[in-house]
Design a protein around this ligand. Structure first.
Ligand code: 13P
Length: 256
């Protein structure tokens, strides 16, 4: 069985102090739900103090991005060598990074390779725009993003990758995809593409999250779908009560 994974993407929210206070409050609340893997992704500034506060606990830490090379003259960037030993996960290819930082599929592919080289586990984010969705291009586009991001990645390395399907039109809008629609894309465009590339065993073991306006009230709808293994959550991951309810719903829905 694939272990459910709930990751909070805090985006550009929370100071260092707020981040550390948050995880200290969250930790005892989510303790009963050990069957669900739980991850918080603070800003780069807060990643280290949060990781220190969580050392030895079951709440894991992820970064929100990573550079594709070990070091160099790349003002503003943080390398995988710097994140090694501090975080376990790193979000790569988030639509906000694709949009605001103009990240291309080739760069995302290079970042995934670099992250894996330094022992970090990528959470690869993919998803179509509203225009693509309305034009009926979702399956082809998402499948293409998956293929491009995974170029040159081995079947063994796939065990350390999580993919998050996040339709751009659902992010921060309150217009979430229904559980059935999300499951159809995750199954038909993400898992099916991975099956084509690596075979059904690798595809069957891959954990795939849904992201986009996930809230405590709709979490069960996603988690009851056969191909959805968790969620990548923005807004609702910023509140201790909501984060706790997301994890609880995941544990219940997967019978864990
Ligand atoms: P929201 O949950 O705020 O819609 O954000 C989703 C997201 O972008 C997570 O990476």
């Amino acid at each position: 069985m694939r272990q459910p994974i709930i990751a909070g993407n805090w985006k550009m929210y929370k100071t260092v102090q707020e981040s550390v206070d948050f995880v200290r409050q969250l930790l005892p609340r989510i303790e009963p739900f050990g069957s669900v893997e739980r991850v918080v992704c603070p800003t780069f500034l807060a990643v280290y103090p949060v990781a220190e506060a969580l050392r030895g606990t079951a709440l894991k830490v992820g970064a929100q991005n990573v550079a594709a090379v070990k070091e160099g003259a790349y003002t503003s960037q943080v390398s995988p060598a710097m994140l090694q030993g501090v975080v376990e996960y790193v979000i790569i290819g988030h639509s906000e990074a694709r949009k605001f930082l103009h990240e291309t599929d080739a760069e995302i592919n290079a970042k995934i390779k670099a992250a894996l080289e330094y022992g970090l586990k990528p959470i690869l984010a993919v998803g179509e725009s509203l225009e693509q969705n309305q034009a009926g291009e979702t399956q082809a586009f998402v499948s293409g993003q998956v293929r491009a991001a995974l170029q040159g990645i081995s079947a063994e390395q796939m065990a350390n990758i999580v993919i998050a399907y996040e339709p751009i039109w659902a992010i921060g809008t309150g217009k979430n995809a229904s559980g059935e629609v999300a499951n159809a894309i995750i199954s038909g465009a993400v898992r099916a593409t991975v099956a084509e590339l690596y075979g059904s065993a690798v595809a069957g073991a891959l954990r795939i999250q849904y992201g986009g306006s996930v809230k405590p009230d709709n979490m069960a709808e996603y988690m009851s779908q056969p191909d959805i293994d968790g969620a990548l959550v923005g807004g609702a991951s910023l509140k201790v009560d909501d984060f706790t309810r997301l994890v609880e719903a995941a544990a219940q829905a997967k019978g864990a």
